[in-house]
Design a protein around this ligand. Structure first.
Ligand code: SF4
Length: 429
């Protein structure tokens, strides 16, 4: 299905690599440069506020997934289990703790400095709180700022919820950031950062709409996780992010104009046989093998819930520089991890319909309760309402012990057979 002769890196890939390498170098020298370091999470992150104080963000779950891709996570997880972390704890946490036990050397080989502030914007996943309790123990004395995000229980964000969050920002989070950074909060600067964030969100939304073309010029899951890299790793709100996403959109537009399919690690895909929507994060320890199982079968993912983990921009959310704190609050509340089950199902159904998917696949993660809870109910509802084939595979985020290649391959083959049969029936009618 793929052309393996020549695999040339796109300019956007090179640019992203440079951006991330520089970011880790900046982190390694943060203390010498007098920069303060803030540990925080991707869902509901307050990157714009961190930039407004000239501090540098660190995202522990990004370090964990990068360690997984570089085959370092297995040893880190074992080390944390040796000191008592149990088997069923989120493997991002265990990988992160194991990395700290081994000198906190990040996935790129640079030392990640200790935090000056632990900023927990809590959005839906209870593990975030437990994770930060552990970080507090590992880094005693480091101040903790917690922003509590109300869960979207009824699927609505009310004005009272926004007021509640803005109050926390004004009375607790911002004063702590002022103290740690030694700088006064500058609303004008935050507004400037938010302008860049808004532009970036507009661009990434256009990118993830490209599967409206057939063939889809992108894979919105396997390549999608690279596309969300900069926006979710601290570049949102920076001019570099605007530059990167402008370039990426240009490249994808060009592929769409030429009628080309997605780029895979083995070159451009030449035949699109199946269009899928996927729920759940990918496996990182065998990411390439996992992806290959799909592109070898001509399967393209046209939308995925995981690429919305740092913001659901296709439902219209954009940061608003005219209402800076209110829009930070609304951002946190509108994250996928803060959605209730019916909201998640509606979003997935919208993707399946809009991008004309042939099937829906769940990749369930053994140690991620936040994504895995309700996935079977989700599958049943989607199958019932849309009458499309659904499939279920299982592995883990960064624990290599839970990726069974043959098991996943068998299940995927059965799923693709179902898709093939359905296509044959539809062609007869
Ligand atoms: S959302 Fe899943 S992967 Fe992320 S911290 Fe929660 S349990 Fe871990």
């Amino acid at each position: 299905m793929t052309n393996t002769k020549e695999v040339k890196k796109d300019k956007s890939m090179i640019l992203q690599k440079e951006m991330i390498a520089k970011q880790f170098q900046d982190l390694a020298t943060a203390k010498e440069q007098g920069k303060k370091v803030v540990y925080t999470f991707v869902p509901g992150n307050l990157s714009e506020l961190i930039h407004a104080f000239d501090m540098i963000p660190v995202y522990p779950e990004i370090n964990a997934l990068q360690s997984g891709m570089r085959k370092k996570s297995g040893a880190f997880i074992k080390d944390s289990e040796k000191i008592g972390y149990s088997e069923d704890i989120c493997t991002y946490v265990k990988c992160d703790v194991g990395m700290m036990m081994n000198g906190n050397i990040g996935p790129y080989g640079e030392k990640i400095p200790a935090p000056d502030l632990l900023l927990l914007s809590y959005t839906g996943c209870f593990t975030f709180m437990k994770w930060f309790e552990n970080l507090e123990r590992i880094y005693p004395g480091v101040p903790v700022a917690m922003l509590h995000t109300p869960y979207q229980e009824d699927g609505k964000i009310t004005p009272e919820m926004v007021t509640y969050m803005v109050k926390q920002l004004k009375e607790d989070v911002i004063p702590k950031m002022e103290k740690v950074s030694g700088k006064k909060f500058d609303e004008t600067k935050l507004k400037e950062v938010l302008k860049n964030a808004r532009q970036t969100q507009e661009l990434i939304n256009q990118i993830f709409q490209m599967p409206k073309y057939t063939p889809s010029p992108i894979d919105a899951y396997f390549a999608g996780v690279y596309y969300i890299g900069p926006i979710n790793t601290g570049f949102r709100g920076t001019p570099e992010a605007v530059e990167y996403y402008t370039l990426l959109l240009e490249e994808i537009n060009e592929r769409a104009k030429l009628g080309l399919g997605p780029v895979t690690p083995e070159g451009g895909m030449t035949e699109e046989k199946y269009r899928l929507v996927v729920e759940g994060p990918p496996n990182w320890t065998s990411f390439r093998e996992f992806w290959k199982l799909f592109y070898d079968m001509g399967a393209v993912v046209v939308a995925s819930s995981y690429t919305k983990v740092g913001g659901v921009y296709d439902l219209g959310f954009r940061h608003n520089p005219d209402k800076p704190l209110e829009s930070l609050a609304e951002y946190c509340m509108s994250c996928y991890t803060n959605y209730n089950l019916p909201q998640r199902i509606d979003l997935l159904k919208k993707c399946i319909t809009e991008y004309k998917a042939d099937g829906f696949l769940v990749h369930s993660i053994k140690s991620c309760n936040s994504f895995s809870a309700g996935q079977l109910a989700m599958m049943r509802k989607i199958e019932e309402d849309l009458q499309i084939p659904v499939g279920f595979i299982e592995s883990d985020l960064v624990d290599p012990r839970y990726f069974s290649y043959s098991n996943i391959k068998n299940r995927l083959e059965s799923f693709f057979q179902m898709l093939e049969q359905r296509k044959a029936i539809m062609n007869q009618n």
